[in-house]
Every structure is written in structure tokens, then in C-alpha cells.
Design a protein around this ligand. Structure first.
Ligand code: SAJ
Length: 442
């Protein structure tokens, strides 16, 4: 199948890089988003998200005349749906007394409905949004059937998840392997024709539900592995062990690769997607459910550590460094740092947060500093919540000049403890009660 024009619906972290990459490869692309602010921003030549290289890619795409943005779809050879699938804020499912979160599919439903007037025989529709198993077959197919056309017979329909890592999206989009699940083998083949325009990684064709499961399995696998690292950090804390040392030794084993503990699991993927399995089959997913519980409760463990370091939290002034959900990105969604700060405040601490990637961010209930200096100025303690390069490069003797705080809690193993101790700081690191015991002895 040949593609002269495609329509990408949803211009967020995935849709926008995808649209500009197609445009860079000579395809005529209409990027569509229901948010008029995003369309205005793009048409002015600016972008609304931070992702390395993206500004350049979008500027080039617009300059080439191959990319334009609008609030309505148009007729095209292919439609790609890349809208968010968060979970519902206030609705929960329940199974045997266990409460679980539910996927909010409203954006996917309205994206599919928005295509209806423009869908023609021979088109290809691809869903990229992470979705519960069977969404393509059970949810999208009937919606698109309202056009009078049948998926797999009159037009092609496929599911192809994005699997790119924020911070490296433009490179991974091209280089990663891509799975394409068709409702028929011909639909998968049409998907291959589309993505092979720019994908250099392997393209694997399968059925739609397998492709949906692949995506959820990848993120669930990572969630489970981070949960075990977090649980190890709690065990190490109990037994007077440094979990970071223990992990580095265990990882010398040829078949062991333990991930890193931290303040919890954030972002809009790994902390969300495993719930799609639980929702679809709660009776089959006790491990996945408990994994979510472990990772969601890690901020409490962090707060207990900060409390221990400070004696009490009441009235203490804390500089919280980092609000993003992970290092060197500006994305604050589902950030465990946010949860840690709220819990610290609930226990009476006064927290000032500094996020270098979003200095103007407004977070409900959080007092944001406008610079590192202002966060640190009157602080009693510093809590490192994200391993941004800017923080791992902090120089203790410089920091000692701008703050009287001499207690540091490192929740991400981002700082060199010896260097900070040498400059008069009392250094705590989560999952490392071994150093704490040594601190007390010396
Ligand atoms: N984290 C840890 N310890 C670790 C690794 C990560 O606590 O050892 C935390 C991070 O700090 C962060 C969270 O987990 O809060 C998730 O970060 P991440 O880098 O593991 O993943 P995401 O959410 O940025 O991107 C994931 C990726 N999936 C996998 O690696 C299996 C990416 O490839 C997907 O495309 C993306 O989800 C997505 O969109 O689904």
C-alpha cells in the first residue's frame, strides 16, 4: 500500500514526534488535536512539550510544507490514533474486596468517532494508544463500522503500540522494533507498509490482540522488576544493609539484572498500564496488583526515611529537588516526587520544590521555588527526588555556601556520599541503613 497523506490524531509525546518523522520522510501529514492551544502553538512554529530534538524536527517538518496542524481530521490514506489512555480518577472496579483502577478510554473513543466522516474504502486505521486487551477488536471495530465500512474487508485496521522512551523518542521511534497487529493479515501488512517509511528496526506482524498484550506485558514486566528493587530497599533498610551495594554485587550474576529502587514509579505508562490487565482479568492478576501496591506505597517509605534523618518533620523546612517523574525529562505526570512532597507536608514539613525542567510549573498544594538557590536558602534539609544530571553534578562546597542545611536524603542514589560527607553534610540514602549505622559510629 502507498501513502501520500496521513492524519495523526493526538499531538502529544507520541503523536507529534510520529507526525514530524513521517513528514521528514516526504509524507504529507495532517496533525490533528482537539486542543486549539496546541494547534496555535504549532502553527506559530513553537512546541508545547520538551523532548530532545523535537523542536528542530517540528520546525523542519512545517518548513518543508509537509506538515500542518488542525483541530479537525481530513480525508487521508491512513489515520493514526495516538491519544492518551489514563485511568479514571474517581471510578474503581472491585473484585473479592480488592479495588482496582479503570482505563479511561474516552479520548480513544472520540478519536475513532472523529474519523468516521472521513473514512474511505482502502484506508488504513492504526491505534497506537496503550489500551486494554481486545480494544481494537471489541471497541474500535464497532465504532468504525458506523461508517458502513467493515474493518478487515473494506479498510485495514491495526494496533501498533509506541514503545519509545521519553528523552529518546526521536531516535527510538526509528530504531526500535515495531510490532503491528492487524485485524487481518492484510491489515498487518498495510501497517508494515506504513511504518517501513521510517522504521529501521525489525517490524513484526501479528494479530491486534497479541500486539496489545505485548505492549502491556513490557511495561508490566518493568513495573514488577522495579517493585522488587523497591522491596529490596525496604529489606536492606531493616537489616543494616546498603541495597545499592547488594544490588551491584547480585548483578554480577550472569542471569540477574535487578533495577534501581527509588521514590516510586511515575509517568503515564508504567504506573498506569499494568492496571489494564488487572481490570481485564482481576482473578488472574494478583502479582500485577500487588506490584502496583508496592510501587505506589514507596513514597511512604521515603517519607519514613526523611523523618528518621530529621528526627521529626513538624515545622522542618525541606528543599525538594526534582518533580519530574524521572531523570532529565520535563514530564511531571504521576510523579512520585509529587506524592512524597504531599506526604511530607501532611506530617508538618514546609517544603519548597525546585524543578529545573519546568521552573514555571504550578502544582496543586506545592510551593515551587524559582531557582535552586531560593529552594535551598532557608532549608533545614535537602531531599533529592529525581536523578537529573543537573543535580548529580552539584558541587557540595558550592551548595554549602548557599544553605545552612546539612542533612541530605538521597532517594535515587544520585550523589557521591563521600564528597558530601567531606563537606560537612550528614548523608542519608534510601535503602542504605549500613551507612547510617556507620555515620552514627563515626
Ligand atoms: N524507575 C525506577 N527504577 C528503575 C527504572 C525506572 O524507579 O530502575 C522509575 C522511573 O524513575 C520512573 C518510572 O520508573 O518513575 C518509569 O520510568 P521508565 O524509564 O522505566 O519508563 P517510562 O515510563 O519513561 O517509559 C516506559 C518504557 N517501557 C519500558 O521500558 C518497558 C518505554 O519503552 C515505553 O514506550 C513507555 O513506558 C510507554 O510509553 O509505555
Amino acid at each position: 500500500m502507498k501513502f501520500q497523506k496521513i492524519c495523526v490524531i493526538g499531538l502529544g509525546y507520541i503523536g507529534l514526534p510520529t507526525a514530524s518523522t513521517f513528514a521528514a520522510n516526504g509524507v504529507n501529514v495532517l496533525g490533528m488535536d482537539i486542543n486549539p492551544h496546541i494547534i496555535e502553538t504549532l502553527n506559530k512554529g513553537e512546541i508545547h512539550i520538551h523532548e530532545p530534538g523535537l523542536r528542530d524536527a517540528v520546525t523542519k517538518a512545517i518548513g518543508s510544507g509537509n506538515f500542518k496542524a488542525a483541530t479537525q481530521p481530513e480525508e487521508a490514506d491512513a489515520f493514526i490514533i495516538a491519544v492518551p489512555t489514563p485511568f479514571q480518577e474517581n471510578q474503581f472496579g472491585e473484585y473479592n474486596g480488592v479495588k482496582y483502577k479503570l482505563a479511561d478510554m474516552r479520548a480513544v473513543i472520540s478519536a475513532a468517532e472523529s474519523i468516521l466522516p472521513f473514512l474511505r474504502k482502502g484506508n488504513l486505521v492504526v491505534l497506537e494508544s496503550t489500551s486494554p486487551p481486545r480494544t481494537t477488536v471489541d471497541l474500535i471495530t464497532p465504532i468504525l463500522a458506523r461508517s458502513g465500512l467493515v474493518a478487515g474487508r473494506d479498510f485495514h485496521l491495526a494496533y501498533s503500540p509506541e514503545r519509545v522512551l521519553p528523552g529518546q523518542i526521536l531516535r527510538e521511534l526509528i530504531e526500535n522494533a515495531r510490532v503491528i497487529g492487524g485485524v487481518t493479515p492484510e491489515s498487518a501488512q498495510a501497517g508494515r507498509d506504513l511504518y517501513s517509511i521510517f522504521v529501521k528496526g525489525q517490524i513484526i506482524e501479528t494479530d491486534a490482540t497479541t500486539a496489545e498484550m505485548v505492549k502491556l506485558m513490557e511495561n508490566t514486566y518493568r513495573d514488577v522488576n522495579i517493585a522488587i528493587a523497591n522491596e529490596f530497599s525496604r529489606l536492606a533498610d531493616k537489616f543494616g544493609v546498603d541495597v545499592w551495594e547488594a544490588i551491584s554485587i547480585a548483578n554480577l550474576h550472569p542471569r540477574v539484572k535487578i533495577l534501581s529502587p527509588g521514590p516510586g514509579v511515575g509517568g503515564h505508562c508504567i504506573s498506569v498500564d499494568p492496571w489494564f490487565f488487572v481490570e481485564a482479568a482481576p482473578e488472574l492478576t494478583p502479582l500485577i496488583y500487588h506490584t502496583r501496591q508496592v510501587n505506589d506505597s514507596q513514597p511512604h517509605f521515603v517519607v519514613e526515611n526523611v523523618k528518621r534523618a530529621l528526627g521529626s518533620l513538624s515545622g522542618k523546612k525541606i528543599a525538594a529537588l526534582g518533580l519530574a517523574y524521572k531523570p532529565d525529562v520535563d514530564d511531571l505526570r504521576e510523579s512520585p516526587a509529587n506524592e512524597v512532597i504531599h506526604l511530607l507536608q501532611e506530617q508538618g514539613a514546609q517544603v519548597k520544590a525546585w524543578e529545573p525542567f519546568k521552573p514555571d510549573a504550578k502544582m496543586r498544594g506545592i510551593s515551587m521555588a524559582d531557582s535552586l538557590e531560593s529552594a535551598l536558602k532557608d532549608a533545614d534539609a535537602i531531599v533529592l527526588l529525581v536523578k537529573h544530571t543537573e543535580f548529580t553534578n552539584l558541587v557540595p562546597q558550592e551548595i554549602a555556601k548557599i544553605t545552612n542545611a546539612r542533612i541530605i536524603v538521597d532517594t535515587v542514589n544520585g550523589l557521591n556520599s563521600e564528597a558530601w560527607k567531606n563537606h560537612g553534610f550528614v548523608f542519608h540514602r534510601i535503602g542504605d541503613s549500613k551507612s547510617e549505622i556507620q555515620n552514627r559510629k563515626s
